[in-house]
Every structure is written in structure tokens, then in C-alpha cells.
Design a protein around this ligand. Sequence first.
Ligand SMILES: [Zn+2]
Length: 376
Amino acid sequence: MYTEVLNLTKKLIDIPSISPKDLGCQEILIKRLKLLDFNIERMNFKNTNNFWAWRGYGKTITFLGHTDVVPEGDIFSWKTPPFISTISNGILYGRGSVDMKGSIAAMLVAVENFIKNNPNHKGRISFLITSDEESTGKYGTKKVVSILEKRGEKFNYCLIGEPTCENILGDCIKNGRRGSLSVDLTIYGVQGHVAYPNLASNPIHLSAPFLVELSNLSLDKGNNFFDPTIIQISKIFSGNNYTTNMIPGELKVFFNIRFSSLITKKMIINSIKCLLNKYSIRYSISWICHAKPFISLPSTFCNILSNCIYECTHIIPTFKTNGGTSDGRFIFHLSDETAEFGLLNSTIHKVNECVNLIDLLKLKNIYFNILNKLFL
Ligand SMILES: [Zn+2]
């Protein structure tokens, strides 16, 4: 029953494609897509393998995915070898089983089954697959999308196979993601002797009330899709390891902001600068925006996806934007609707990453039903 999707998932897990390496995963997919008369365009840049494949004309669905995986981590904590797919009690173990070789296999088998039944289907089915989602992403989806954009490519529906479900298959669709802004702040004081604070200026004392207010700063209230924007301080250091009788000259703080689409990077920067000025702090600061937030308001495609999930699982999914960033941030502006739906995320990036075989089959059926509803 689930041999097709299981066999392909196993084959992919058995290739240790630690990001950004692909090591032949994509050639397995390309070979099968060629048999279905897909047009294939390999777009390999530096250390990253990507391909863009399409078949048919008109309204377009793009399946977006990645063949790379994160390293195995603590090898001794794995019950089974991470790069040898192993089944035990109806569960398939192996690195990439849920993130996201299982869903890539489900996409491909769903498309194969659909085309077998409907060789002259309506619409255009396409794949954009990269081997660098887990690493820098520099030469992956971002680069391919920039090339497709120059050609005037547009997509109606983009389906990303990231593992979105939390407790049970079907419980969560992601229709956007928060932005991520990292901040490197240095607060300056004047170095001196702890016994003569009048001759120095202590940056730890200066920063304390500022940091309290920063960590509680309310930047927005969130909405139906986004939680309120949050600031998390990740590192603070000052002073040295050798003396305890010195007032340090400076204090360094690193923090990260996961922000919604209700606010812009510029607005965040202004708020933080205002706060620094409020406390008359001398500082230098640098900002790195890793991702802008995006939101795709649920419409035709999300309704179809939602219905297909319900039909296969009897679960009504919730739309969310939580969690880390995804490659959706690179493609959403070219797509009328972008949605992420895949397997359970409870074991992603952990030791003993695994997928329930029934979930794998259900996911394939959900993807298959989407094609039936869109292009029959
Ligand atoms: Zn992933």
C-alpha cells in the first residue's frame, strides 16, 4: 500500500546529504520526473544543487523542497544508524525522514500517480528543489527564484513540504513566517577602579534598566496569524576573566527579534534607538536581517489544502506562522498563495528523527488529492 512512497523515502535517507551537499538525491528525482516528460533545468551554483522542473501549461502549482539535511548530532544517542533507513514497529527512522525527504517522496509519488491517471491534466505542475535550505541558503531557493523572476515566472500556488504538524498529522498549516533580525550592541562606559566609581562610568549599571525595558518592549500586539513580536537576548558579556576590581569599559549584548508583518525593520530600529537615547546610552550597533516576515492570506488554495487534509485525517488544520524561517520567504512574492504543509515536526533536527509510515502514506494522499482538486 505504501511501498512506493516508503521506498523512495528510504532511498533518499540512505544518502547522507548533509547540507549543502546533495550527493545524488536530486538525480533520483530528476530521473523519475523525466519519465513523466517534465522539463528539467538543473541550476547548480558553487556547492549547491538545485533543479527547476515543470510540466503542462496554465495555472501553476510549485512544490518546493530541499534534499539536504542537518548533521546527525550525537551519533551515540541514535537507536539506529542515522543514514541507514530502518523500520521498527511501523516507524521509519533516519535523518531527513520528516525534514524533509519523506515529504519530497510524498510529493513525487503523488505527482506520478496523478499523471498516470491524467496524462493530459489541466494546469502546470512544477518542482523547485534545493540542497541548501539548512545551511546558508545563499545559492539555493533564493538564487533560483531570482532567475525565475527575471524570466517573468509567476506561480498561483506554492506548496512547501516542511514539517508543520505539531501533535498529529493535519493539525497545522503555515501560511507565513515571522521575520528575524539579529542585533549586535556595544554599550560604552569608562573603565576604572571599582573603589573609585566617581572616576569611571559602569556600562553594566548603565545598561541594567535599559535591558529590562528592552526585554519587555511591546512592538506590536500580533493578529490572527502572528504572535506579538518578541525580543530575546541571547548573550551578554563585559569585564574580563582575570580581575574583579575593575569597572569595565564596555558591555556587549546580542539579541534577536522575531517580528510579524505588522511592523517593519525600520520601525523596530527606531524603537530601539529611542530606548537607547531615553537612557542616554553611548553605543554602537549593527543589525542583520536574516528574513523578512511574510503572510499569505488563505484563499482558494488554502481552502483546497485544508479540505484535503480533513478528508484524509479528519483533522481541521490551524493556520500558523510560528517556528523558524523557511524558504517560503524567498518565493512568496511570486506566488498568489504560499502554504507549508508536511509531516510532524516533533523529531526534526533531533537524534532518532522518525516518521510514522501511516503519516507518510496520508501525506502522499493529501498531495494527490490536491492535484485532483486543482487540475482534473
Ligand atoms: Zn526542512
